[in-house]
Write a protein that binds this ligand. Sequence first.
Ligand code: PRT
Ligand code: ZN
Length: 306
Amino acid sequence: MMNPTLGTATRDRLRIAIQKSGRLAEPARKLLAACGLSWRESRDKLFCYGETLPVDLLLVRDDDIPGLIADGVCDLGVVGRNELDEQAGARARNGLPQAYRELRGLGFGQCRLMLAVPEDWEWSGPEQLKGRGLRIATSYPAILAQWLQRQGIDAQVVELSGSVEIAPRLGTAELICDLVSSGATLLANQLKPVENLLDSEAVLAGPAHGFDDARAGLAQMLLRRVDGVLQLKDRKLLMFSARRESLPELERLLQDAGPLVQLPGANGSLSLQTMCEGAVSWQQLEDLERAGARELMVLTVERSLA
Ligand code: PRT
Ligand code: ZN
């Protein structure tokens, strides 16, 4: 049972590819676990058999995920938008049909694909790259080529699989196009980001065409649960009691929250609750208390179906 038969045949189990190790591995597992999935791990740690639901995991390199979906080896995958778009661009360039699509942005693994130039360059815009026969080092040749074409720039794309940031110092390129999150890597290499080519994050990807067997229902259920988890991520339920005369001021303080639900409480007071996006700070609680709120409570919402 542990050894999956790979292939495109009809299946009654859903197979999701996630990164084995790296930036997206842990958050991807956490997200799927929050969706109610659990697994039995195999000895080779490449395939995890789904226990609570017929949903299995394949642990792979992130670069392999789009291809695994294209080949039907996996049904869904958690992968960086940068990787998915790059491989989609490469397929398009080779005249291949689009094989996968982004189903959901997942809100982790955020970074930007940026053009970066040596610190001492004066940057006035992409125009200044025209007609200079410049070389740009990148691991994202398809996305970069598309951008250059849109801008009408005739630079040469130098494809590197790693350590792109040292290319200018090595003299293999004048500038680079690479992922940036904190910006520390660029800074350490005397480079500065100048143009943003792509806002990236981890995404749930699936095949361009849906499923026509049991996987359709499983994928739909999973998507619904993913939506539920993403929606709840920053939500807090705020509960308190108050006397009716305090309501106008309390409503003013809570104008950014959801609707204020009022129920009759003890001793003629009201029992109130509302949904808040993001954290509720001590300061906000103290302000509400001063305005007449009592028995304040902030609760994490664990699960909900809209
Ligand atoms: O082994 P495998 O091939 O699976 O892993 P990998 O080394 O290719 O991937 P990994 O784990 O490094 O990245 C996986 C995904 O995380 C990427 O495809 C992106 O979608 C996302 N991600 C988010 C990042 C970054 N942030 C990031 N900062 N991927 C890479 N970087 C690198 C970047 O290339 C540069 O070298 O970090 C450096 C810049 O970081 P700062 O913070 O210095 O700006
Ligand atoms: Zn990789």
